[in-house]
Design a binder for this molecule. Sequence first.
Ligand code: F6R
Length: 611
Amino acid sequence: MCGIVGYIGERNALPVLINGLKRLEYRGYDSAGVAVLGENLQIRKCKGKVTDLEKHLDKSLQSGTVGIGHTRWATHGEPNDVNAHPHESHHGKFVIIHNGIIENYSRLRDRLIERDVKFKSETDTEVLANLIEFIYEKSEVGAELAVRLALSKVIGAYGLVVMCKDEPDKLIAARKGSPLVIGVGNEEYFLASDATPIVEYTKSVIYLNDGDVAIIRKEQLILKTLKNDEQGPTVQQLNIDIGEIDKGGYEHFMLKEIFEQPKSINDTFRGRVRSEESEIHLGGLYNVLPKLIEAERIIIIGCGTSWHAGLVGEYLFEDLARISVEVEYASEFRYRNPIINHDDVVIAISQSGETADTLAAIRLAKERGAMVLGICNVVGSSIPRETDAGVYTHAGPEIGVASTKAFTCQVTVLAMMAIMISRKKGLITDERYRDIIREFTEIPGKIEKILRHNHDIKKVAELFQNATNSLYLGRGYLFPVALEGALKLKEISYIHAEGYPAAEMKHGPIALIDTKMPVVVVATKDSSYEKIVSNIQEVKARNGVVIAVVTEGDTVIKNMADHVFEIPQVDNIFAALLSVVPLQLFSYYIAVMRGCNVDQPRNLAKSVTVE
Ligand code: F6R
């Protein structure tokens, strides 16, 4: 959480910082701030969003060519002007921005207070600023050494950038646990939590690794470890385009990303699913295939929407590849004492590749000897770098806080893996394989068809915009879709929504049913169809209001339900990919009608880099 940016070079730093913060606002939007070094060092910060910060900016900030900026998701200390970053040290020598958590901040703070150091905020970051300054003044070392010594005393996670008033020609950046990317320009450098603020200036980037410290002057970057060992930075080329991180004419990123799904699924297929006659090719798994095929058990870990994709994966792997699967919340898995065998394969799913609990669960699984694979969207993020092998989703940048295209691309990758293993194990006939691949490649076109009906979905959304509660039901492959539909609604519209396996309804939630609460039933034609028809009847018998996602041409449910969203006929194994789309649109339209901030829902942040 929190977004950080920095610039050093010949340009006016302020616009670079403000544009960058706007791009990173999805990571947190409680407060924002900048510090710019021109003739003197100036800090502006306030509670609220980057647009609120802009009201505090004046001409005096225009001349600086070195600067840092921050958009916050509060952990220590409420969101207010004082707790906003950047934080200045007690004697004003250092200014710092930080993403992460300093776990031993309280002890460090007490020890600094004993030595007469004064604090203004409640944040862990100010402790770091003061610790650096304390070491700098007491030991009479340069800024770089003071930063490295201070960081060696810190327990916790950080991506940070430090400015020192006495050494105005440099920025010092460091990473442990929270991401930091440096864009390499011509006698200029750009720093950010991810590559999106950088791509409009340069495509050459350096991803910092845990333990790296970068000392950056406009003409030179030196990369070291905390212990002062110099290392050659690896410069990589970004393959994202500026157009991918703009709204592209859509009102919100979320809507754009919903509509991008046919393309992002095609991108995820590209080069991997070629034709009905050729095998699925997942280059990232090539070296681990024998172990994956032989796996006795797969453990899938993830959080939120990625966990829901994992549940679809459970059905896919068990159905097609006949491998037993457990799907675990990363946050639970890491704190249990899980039994992990050497021949288990762990698959970690994450859009951002930075989710703290998922990373910690990966480390635990690796410690216990499991092979860990990653399914990630953000190239170069921490999870792909810590896993043994993996597959990127190629959904493109997902900026709306509510995950949409990442989910369908994660399910696409899981389906490719399950089909590939099934084929390699000889569990699938040539004919069935050809049918599956043909169906698979038709998915983007079928999603386009659903998207063309967005206005019908909007009309139904209008009727339910004032609901306070809702229930989402599904069975089999569609149970995770019910969970995902409910999550989408609650996180962006703040309407309470519960997802349930349809058959479980009568063990409790049926008591909620009344004439006002919408019951959304994902009920496309599959092997559980007859059963879910009975569940719909149970709701209707209690005067419930049913919105059903059905297969085109289904007249049975159409006659029972109050409203239907139709999706094209599809093989059971791909039903999640289509049926989730109307639910994404339904939530989106309701949230917009309720005046909610769809792309930046309250209290949330896109990548959860704290436990
Ligand atoms: C919901 C949502 C979150 C994320 C979760 C995991 O719309 O976006 O539930 O799915 O925070 O994030 P990643 O996939 O980045 O690990």
